[in-house]
Design a protein around this ligand. Structure first.
Ligand code: UDP
Ligand code: MG
Length: 331
């Protein structure tokens, strides 16, 4: 029996922390998180997923684990990205409730108390909703705003605005998520898609404590495309309608040209309009092909049915080693 383990309450809370090159903040993060978790009425484990870090993150995590029996480490074989790192965490956790949190202290661990209260009130998914964003550029705020609006319009899934991955999931929500094996995982969408009673907890998002964000605009753009293509086939329909509209336009214009030639003869003008029309139609066709390509590429990736990730190692928390019988699927 380790000190700090709570005897009178058997429920366990798992905290999943994807970490990619977070050596600079991980110690401070763990201190703050541990203070919060020790103050709850529940036992807890903290699962760090080292997502192929190239800095000292894994060494730091191993040091922490030597001192703290609550820590599990999932060591991924390379960098798979946060979405898959989170899934690896979900596969390896044992908790009755599971909290997903970033390692960079942008998600205040103190909010977990409120998550737990709402979980006790019967909510299955308790997510943190940002009131305002600190330390992010005007462009990032605006583009995020528009993206959420667009996604809301396009998809039939109610993805809450200004919400990251920081949240608590009940065991049945985690089990539901684990049955979704798609390769293209837009987790925010999947969290909403599974349904169950959901509840927002409002908070102010802090700027990163240290280090830099791994989300370049290019990665954000790709995440946006992922979100849209995972939850909506409207772009495919739009390309169909674009095709119909341009074809109708071409038909009308063609009829007009035919009539004009019949009535007024053909003085062969219109080279500029010809070029404009060809370029316009060529452009529309390429865009539509691109849209189809986005979906086709995803269908191709899904059809390969590859494993989501591989682990170099899984080091379960010493406190709950006996509770780890559920073999994670990749091992
Ligand atoms: N992260 C990860 N793999 C990646 C990129 C990020 O596990 O490929 C982790 C990172 O260590 C952090 C969390 O995901 O704990 C959020 O990353 P970041 O702070 O860069 O994103 P932002 O807060 O800007 O959305
Ligand atoms: Mg961050």
């Amino acid at each position: 029996m380790f000190c700090g383990q709570k005897m009178n309450n058997t429920a366990i809370i798992s905290v999943i922390v994807p970490a990619y090159n977070e050596a600079l903040v991980i110690d401070e993060f763990h201190q703050r998180l541990s203070a919060v978790m020790q103050a709850t009425a529940y036992d807890y484990e903290v699962i760090y997923i080292d997502d192929g870090s190239t800095d000292e993150t894994l060494a730091k995590l191993n040091q922490l684990r030597d001192q703290d029996p609550h820590i599990s480490i999932v060591d991924l074989s390379r960098n798979f990205g946060k979405e898959i790192a989170m899934s690896a965490g979900l596969d390896h956790c044992i908790g009755d409730a599971v909290v997903v949190i970033d390692a960079d202290l942008q998600d205040p661990p103190e909010l977990i108390h409120e998550f737990i209260t709402e979980w006790q009130n019967g909510y299955d998914v308790v997510y943190a909703q940002r009131l305002r964003r600190e330390g992010e550029s005007w462009f990032k705020k605006k583009s995020a705003d528009y993206f959420y609006k667009l996604l809301w319009k396009l998809s039939h899934v109610d993805i809450p605005k200004n919400t990251g991955d920081f949240r608590l999931l009940s065991r049945r929500a985690v089990d539901a998520l684990k049955t979704l094996n798609e390769y293209h995982r837009y987790m925010k969408g999947l969290f909403a898609w599974i349904g169950f009673p959901q509840k927002a907890v409002l908070y102010n998002r802090e700027p990163r404590a240290s280090g830099t964000t791994k989300w370049s605009y290019w990665r954000l753009w790709n995440l946006a495309i992922e979100g849209i293509t995972s939850f909506s086939d409207l772009p495919l329909k739009i390309s169909t309608y674009l095709g119909i509209i341009t074809a109708s336009g071409a038909f009308i214009y063609g009829s007009y040209m035919l009539l004009r030639t019949l009535v007024f003869d053909n003085p062969v003008p219109g080279y500029p309009s010809l070029v404009v029309i060809i370029l316009f139609l060529g452009g529309i066709q390429l865009i539509c092909l691109g849209v189809i390509g986005e979906y086709l590429g995803r269908t191709y990736n899904e059809s390969k049915r590859r494993s989501l990730y591989f682990t170099k190692g899984f080091h379960p928390s010493l406190a709950y080693q006996d509770k780890q019988p559920k073999a994670p699927k990749q091992e």
